[in-house]
Design a protein around this ligand. Structure first.
Ligand code: ATP
Ligand code: MG
Length: 128
């Protein structure tokens, strides 16, 4: 997919956490769409750059991000019209109880899909 590592590099960092098979399939589909987006849209005209994928989890919560240092999302909303990819990522994130955030990375774009459930706090014996 990347012919010249001098032109474009892909770095992946992930912790040792384990998820259920159905969750890993959804995470894989999300990563695929976001990395393809970076390859397709972030580096036009032979621009060089870097894509970084990070995944880490803590208890039931996790965060998956794909960041590039490309041209950034189009300024004109008409050019940034959501395609099928955006709908798929949103739908998969919803299934996983996660939220999608798209931010400017100066330069580039950072897309984070994160599940951040607040743990239920059980009252302690003294508090009851
Ligand atoms: N990493 C990125 N850098 C710059 N622009 C982006 C990036 N990711 C998405 N975009 C912009 O957001 C638009 C919507 O992305 P989306 O994935 O929904 O659709 P698409 O990639 O154009 O088509 P599809 O995903 O259906 O093949 C893109 O057309 C592009 O303009
Ligand atoms: Mg896309």
């Amino acid at each position: 997919m990347i012919h010249d590592p001098e032109q474009l590099s892909l770095d992946v960092t992930a912790d040792e956490s384990v998820v259920k098979p159905n969750v890993s399939v959804s995470l894989g589909l999300i990563v695929t769409e976001l990395v393809i987006n970076a390859l397709k849209h972030a580096f036009p005209d032979g621009r060089t750059g870097k894509i970084v994928v990070d995944y880490h989890a803590r208890g039931p919560n996790w965060s998956l991000s794909v960041t590039d240092n490309g041209v950034g999302m189009p300024q004109d909303p008409a050019d940034a019209r959501p395609g099928l990819g955006t709908s798929i990522v949103e739908a998969l994130a919803r299934q996983l109880d996660a939220v999608v955030q798209v931010a400017a990375a100066h330069p580039g774009t950072a897309v984070t899909v994160a599940r951040s459930q607040i743990a239920a706090v059980r009252p302690t014996a003294e508090a009851v």
